[in-house]
Write a protein that binds this ligand. Structure first.
Ligand code: CS2
Ligand code: MG
Length: 402
């Protein structure tokens, strides 16, 4: 069973997505998500020019060997573009293997460790009152875990707070918009938000919060400590994680659990964080961290060190990425939680999938493979257009330095 075709499909059903579709010489297809928000065409070109020609004629059954061939063989290792491209190949090969076996991929990974995949939704608002209304909506829809983001008084725009509540899209302009940030205002504003959310919703709703890498470790320690009375499920990306040892300072100052890793692309980005138990949840994804093969390697290391999974699941990961994430989520022993933001109707039409949301959880498809596909005719109706994430500056105009 050889790979006969490797096609890269770029489309924009509301936002940009890059999808790799592999076809074997006996006509079996597999799909992989290759979307890297704001850098989509870099991955598409890497795949088309440097990876697709090498795949033709290779044995589609050799997933691990193909992963090593693309990772070691390129000489230039790691990096988001390379690892997203490798991830798409790996994911598509798992899809093919599942179809050949007649089994959903999670069965090939050892079978279910749980019945469904608990998810968290995004509640956000400019004011605390708006936040409370949003949280109530999630609770009514059956969610057991909610991420809470609130506008910071004095700041014009806060990342993670949007006018369109359900389909919040941070890559909002053809050139990056520029926003301003004040740590001082943030540190004062955030504890009262959680005080009111806890007060209204009681002790059992899991609450999460994302800092989007805006703080230093000592500031993060302070935020974590100030939020301890509200028992957060996690505090996400309090600082950028390039300096892994920086997390020791956070740990010295707070017992609020820490989640990090949505921008990680390999085990080398997080091995120290995991080995030293400096984090509680690893947010790396199938899409950006080298596919099912490599993410499973990261999660196995994490399991040894009491770190659980919490994969990134914003809408810039396509339903192909979500379908792949669910295969791991449902099978690994150290699953924590899965982020979930529903896609638009157009996106769901382009990527027909079998997974579904019910009772605060996603239920993976039982179809052979990943249980997701791309409708190429539908995709062709939505051509690519550039869209970028905002650039963040401090109040004095300096580009945020970390
Ligand atoms: C966020 C995302 O979902 C999250 O946790 O951090 O909004 C993230 O910034 C975007 O997905 C970036 O592409
Ligand atoms: Mg995040």
């Amino acid at each position: 069973m050889k790979i006969a075709d490797a096609k890269v499909i770029v489309c924009r059903p509301g936002r940009n997505f890059v999808t790799l579709k592999l076809t074997t010489d006996d006509g079996i297809t597999g799909v992989g998500d290759a979307t890297l928000n704001g850098r989509e065409l870099a991955v598409a070109t890497y795949l088309r020019e440097h990876v697709a020609p090498l795949l033709i004629g290779r044995d589609a059954a050799r997933i691990e060997d193909t992963w090593q061939y693309l990772f070691q063989g390129a000489y230039w290792r790691r990096g988001p573009v390379t690892m997203t491209a490798i991830a798409a190949v790996d994911t598509a090969l798992w899809d093919i293997k599942g179809k050949v076996a007649g089994l959903p991929v999670y069965q090939l990974l050892g079978g279910r460790s749980r019945d469904d995949v608990t998810v968290y939704g995004h509640a956000n608002g400019e004011t605390v009152d708006e936040v409370l209304t949003q949280v109530a909506g999630y609770v009514e829809r059956g969610y057991r875990a909610v991420r809470v983001q609130c506008g910071i008084p004095g700041l014009e725009k806060t990342y993670g707070v949007s006018a369109d509540k359900l389909f919040y899209e941070p890559a909002d302009a053809p050139r990056p918009t520029e926003t301003r940030w004040s740590t001082r205002r943030y540190l004062t504003a955030i504890p009262p938000v959680f005080a009111r959310v806890r007060d209204q919703f009681g002790p059992h709703l899991a609450l999460l919060h994302d800092v989007h890498h805006r703080l230093t470790p000592i500031e993060a320690g302070r935020v974590g400590a100030s939020l301890e009375p509200y028992g957060l499920y996690w505090l996400e990306d309090p600082v950028p994680a390039d300096l892994q040892e920086g997390f020791r300072i956070i740990r010295q100052h707070t017992t609020t659990p820490i989640a990090v890793g949505e921008v990680f692309n390999s085990i080398w980005d997080c091995h120290q964080l995991i080995r030293e138990q400096l984090i509680d949840y690893i947010r790396a994804t199938v899409v950006h961290a080298g596919g099912i093969t490599h993410l499973r390697r990261i999660l196995d290391l994490a399991a040894l060190h009491h770190v659980r999974s919490g994969s990134h699941g914003a809408t810039d990961l396509s339903p192909v990425g979500m379908a792949a994430a669910l295969q791991l989520d449902v099978s690994i022993p150290n699953f924590g939680i899965q982020e979930y933001m529903p896609h638009t109707e157009e996106t769901d039409q382009v990527f027909p999938h079998g997974y579904r949301f019910a009772d605060g959880a996603l239920h993976p498809s039982d179809e052979p493979g990943l249980g997701v596909d791309i409708d190429e005719a539908a995709a062709a109706r939505y051509p690519y257009a550039p869209a970028y994430l905002p650039v963040n500056r401090l109040e004095d105009g300096t580009v945020h330095p970390w």
